[in-house]
Design a protein around this ligand. Sequence first.
Ligand SMILES: [Zn+2]
Ligand SMILES: [Zn+2]
Length: 372
Amino acid sequence: MTMDMTFLGTGSAYPSPHRGASALVLRTDGDCWLFDCGEGTQTQLMKSQLRAGRITKVFISHLHGDHLFGLPGLLCTVSLNTNPDPQSQQNQPCLDIYGPRGLRHFLRVTLGLTGSQLLFPYAVHELEPTPDQSPEEGQLSPEMTAEHGSLHPQEQLGRTISLDVSSDCYRLFEDKKFVVSAFRLFHRVPSFGFCIQEHDRPGRLKTEVLKELGVKPGPLYGRLKAGESVTLDSGRVVLPSEVLEEDIPGRKVCIFGDCSSVLGDGPLRLCSGADVLVHEATLGNEHREKAVDHGHSTPEMAAAVARSCGAQRLVLYHFSQRYKPCTLQKEGDEDDVSELKRQAEDALQDTGTQVTLAEDFLTLSIPLKKKR
Ligand SMILES: [Zn+2]
Ligand SMILES: [Zn+2]
């Protein structure tokens, strides 16, 4: 299965002509999942190779506008491009949207007040933050998130997901390919990160052993590979464990929302051994105090997280708009974004972790693992 990630916006605070606001797409064999949806995400999508209509799930890390203002508009545009034939509308799958408490109310109000009807159903699955995820002024009062009135006409009932105290994370869902969880971060408002863990795949068949046992290539191979025992004509039972090499571990991708630190031990445990860890680095190390004041991280702080997780690759994004993309950087310009990469690399010198600077429209492929 192919897997890649495209950054649609790598800027913080607001979209600018050279950096879109936060959004990235994780694509696996045609399935597209959108992580954050800052203002202008739909035009960034149009400029990319991706198609907005392919998005099947949306994940919102926190309710700041630079991660959310693009969502109502994107939903409306996807709807405009949906087949209005009532027959095909009935078959439209539900768009699952995951995000902090308050997101359901936000969509109901923005779609409701603008009279926006969608040609597909959606559901908002809300994560319940804990009070220590932000300073007190960043917490939404129950009145602000209270859900008055009825559901939006196209809204289906979503789940409310609380922290699982034993694992210190939020179990969002599991499907045939992945287990997806969320974890807590500290920011000016409650923020979350997401961990996408691919299931392990069965190892390769030991053809030599199969030959010795007299198993002929064909359907029996498939059944053994699928984990089934088979009985040969001779009555001999062949167990998958006899003929399969060790499982090939699935890939792990971790996407952090805005934060100045993680909360609890869940995040580092969950993200341990990540193939790709995407972390914000809003300002350079020299602005650490300001970054932390605003609930953000520096490259050194992002590197410390990657180190604790033993991540293979650290991808930095969510840069202050003062950092122009490398391609627009001129001699003598202050605020050189490649300096942020150097700062993270310095902090990871003795590890094998590779550092990548995300830029708008960068696509990273995430190759299959070969072995443990
Ligand atoms: Zn932000
Ligand atoms: Zn934020």
